[in-house]
Ligand binder design. Structure first.
Ligand SMILES: [Zn+2]
Ligand SMILES: [Zn+2]
Length: 174
């Protein structure tokens, strides 16, 4: 969505839209699927530029780092962003004060493209690790079965990759 900031007067600009974003474009390996994103908000003109506030809600499915199964999450997030058109000189004192708690976007020209803002927000809400459940027992490091659903007779001897590393280190040291 493109918003013409120069057409925002005393009345705030408000919007509500539903967007779908391709998972592949987000470059988050652990994100398996993303539902439609509903978001809405307003942009108000202020003495230092514009203030965008928005709320978004959607569902996402992450890969559980232990069992590699799906881990669904509902996301509710808020965005607060100061938009400072570059043509204007910043009002120094005021801007510095606001910068402490708000993100600031410096914008060339008067057209605000909201797509990068939305994309960034979704990337921020992809956690590094999201277990499918607190007590997920993960995959067996020996035979690879999902220990949440099956059991095996392998002895739990730790991660074999560490053994290889230890052997290598011993060789280098001797
Ligand atoms: Zn899991
Ligand atoms: Zn096993």
């Amino acid at each position: 969505m493109e918003i013409r900031l120069d057409q925002i007067g005393d009345e705030p600009f408000r919007w509500q839209e539903t967007r779908s974003i391709a998972v592949e474009s987000l470059q988050r390996r652990q994100l398996l699927a993303l539902g439609d994103i509903g978001w809405g908000g307003e942009i108000v003109r202020t003495s230092f530029g514009f203030l965008l506030s928005a709320r978004l809600g959607y569902a996402q499915i992450l890969e559980c780092p232990r069992c590699l199964g799906p881990s669904p999450v509902e996301v509710e997030a808020e965005i607060e962003l100061l938009i400072q058109p570059k043509s204007k000189e910043p009002v120094v004192g005021e801007l510095e004060l606001e910068e402490a708690d708000l993100g600031v976007l410096y914008l060339k020209g008067e057209i605000l493209d909201t797509n990068p803002i939305l994309t960034e927000q979704i990337q921020l809400n992809v956690p590094m690790r999201q277990l499918c459940r607190q007590d997920c027992t993960g995959l067996c490091p020996q035979c690879g079965i999902d220990r949440n659903v099956e059991s095996c007779d392998c002895e739990d001897v730790g991660d074999p990759r560490w053994d290889a590393l230890t052997a290598l280190r011993d060789r280098l040291e001797n």
